[in-house]
Design a protein around this ligand. Structure first.
Ligand SMILES: *Cc1c(COP(=O)(O)O)cnc(C)c1O
Length: 495
């Protein structure tokens, strides 16, 4: 008889010992992360070690793990580090890592069926509704992140505007459907508008005021003009925390406009919705609870391990109508494994889905919401602290209001003088400043001191610090300011 194979280990004792070692190694790695540089460039040798032919034969698991230890782990991105403030990324936690291990061990596919993971996922959605003031009748979906959360909401909005689009396509709509959002809206929304067939030309980028908040007067005028042209305004995006500066649109005013105009009101709160859990901050996010749909990420400002985001849809029936299908092989039964809660495939694009809900469920239980609220408050205070350090500095200049957790600044020794120089001179100076600040940022990364990122604000290169880090301390921001000034001394840009 032929030998029958499986992928399980021949020696369970051996894999168990290796597993214990991996847990020990990762706990050592995470508990000492502060002692290492924030970033180490991938070496050529390491890259070469990775570029191997497709393995045809087996290797020892322990050897494969050695490969990981030498070629992968040392060149981690750095978002576990206390001085990582690039883009908007969370740092994860040890318990979250363990939760992911358990989810992976169960290997639950959370799409359909009567099994615990379905109920845990629904529980996490219920907690999410409660966190953001959505009613129990709302529905939602855990996603890979804010991008898919936003696209999911856009699809619901589109199909809600005209139910026949689902079957007949956009041609049933007589005229052009239009989406509105500020010019600071995250790029994934424009991408979403592209993939749902509306086209990014039909995403109206409404100008912002000096604090990067949407100009509602211009928005009203744009809607009016589009209606006069025969277009169909159908969706309004509000920003709760823009990616560049953390600006929060006037969410109440947007809610009023959406109601008057009969528009779907979606809020992108990828990170900026999170301070809603702080009662003291709730006023600034007033209007969030009025949205038809809301996106936010657990993996950004709730510090959970990648990846997990969420979309909430106020009207669960409308959500289901946008995605529900009836195919024979997905039919639900009255009893047995094929019974259970409504399939998640009726609420989004994915069929197979991992058990992301487990880490959210375990982490919310481990820390409790109050602890998260405290950490969000700590990050908000740290942003104010850094803002003050920069204002007090002779050489560093704030480039935008610190309204949330994002600080944009640049090195500019002439910040206190030099106003009103002829425009030609200013342009030159701006170019030089941009080059110097870019160089400061790259050197800071290469030295492994700290990892802010960058953006352009009105043509000015800004070093951008987005604080969604539960490991940062005030001293880390002192170090950032000191490094910015120190590095600037060694840069000589020749024009
Ligand atoms: C990060 C971000 C997104 C995209 O979320 P992902 O989780 O990265 O997919 C969308 N909007 C805003 C405002 C963001 O900051």
């Amino acid at each position: 008889m032929e030998k029958e194979y499986s992928l399980d280990p021949a020696d369970w004792g051996e894999i168990r010992r290796l597993g214990h070692r991996m847990v020990d190694d990762m706990m050592d790695y995470l508990s000492t992360v502060r002692d290492r540089p924030a970033w180490v460039k991938m070496t050529e040798t390491a890259a070469e070690r990775l570029a191997q032919p497709l393995p045809q034969g087996p290797q020892d698991a322990a050897d494969v793990y050695e490969d990981f230890l030498h070629s992968v782990l040392p060149y981690n991105k750095g978002n576990v580090h206390p001085r990582f403030w690039s883009w908007v990324e969370g740092g994860g936690t040890p318990f979250g890592m363990l939760a992911d291990m358990l989810a992976s061990g169960m290997n639950a596919n959370v799409a359909i069926g009567d099994h615990a993971a379905m109920y845990v996922d629904l529980q996490v959605l219920d907690w999410s509704k409660e966190m953001f003031g959505f009613p129990p009748s709302a529905s939602g979906m855990l996603t890979s992140g804010g991008s898919i959360a936003n696209i999911t909401a856009l699809i619901v909005a589109r199909n809600h505007f005209h139910a026949a689009v689902k079957r007949k396509g956009l041609r049933v709509v007589d005229g052009q459907m239009i989406v509105y959002g500020s010019s600071e809206t995250h790029n994934c929304v424009a991408k979403g508008v592209e993939v749902i067939g509306i086209g990014s030309d039909n995403f109206r980028k409404v100008p912002v005021d000096e604090n990067y908040r949407v100009r509602t007067d211009v928005l009203r005028a744009m809607i009016r003009e589009d209606r006069e042209t025969g277009h169909h305004p159908f969706c309004l995006i509000g920003n709760a925390g823009t990616v560049n500066t953390g600006a929060i649109d006037d969410l109440m005013e947007l809610a009023a406009i959406a109601r008057e105009e009969g528009l779907w009101y979606h809020i992108d709160g990828a990170f900026g919705a999170v301070p809603y859990i702080l009662p003291a901050f709730r006023d600034k996010l007033k209007g969030l609870e009025l949205a038809d749909s809301l996106s936010f990420d657990f993996h950004k400002w709730l510090y959970m391990n990648y990846e997990v985001g969420c979309v909430l849809i106020r009207d669960g029936t409308v959500h289901r109508a946008a995605f529900s299908t009836s195919v024979n092989y997905l039919m639900q039964h009255e009893r047995g494994l094929s019974a259970g809660p409504d399939s998640f495939t009726n609420y989004g694009m994915e069929l197979s889905r991992g058990f992301k809900a487990l880490k959210v469920w375990m982490l919310l239980k481990e820390h409790g919401l109050e602890k998260y609220a405290g950490l969000v408050r700590q990050n908000l205070d740290q942003a104010q602290y850094l803002g003050r350090l920069i204002e007090e500095s002779e050489e560093l200049e704030l480039l935008a209001d610190v309204s949330l957790n994002i600080v944009c600044y640049r090195w500019n020794p002439g910040k206190r003088g030099d106003r009103g120089t002829p425009s030609g001179a200013v342009a030159m100076e701006q170019e030089e400043l941009n080059a110097v600040n870019k160089e400061i940022l790259m050197r800071m990364h290469e030295e492994g001191v700290a990892l802010p990122s960058y953006t352009l604000l009105n043509g000015r290169y800004a070093i951008r610090v987005a604080i969604t880090n539960h490991r940062s301390r005030l001293e880390d921001f002192d170090a950032l300011v000191a490094a910015s000034v120190r590095i600037s001394k060694n840069i000589h840009i020749t024009q």
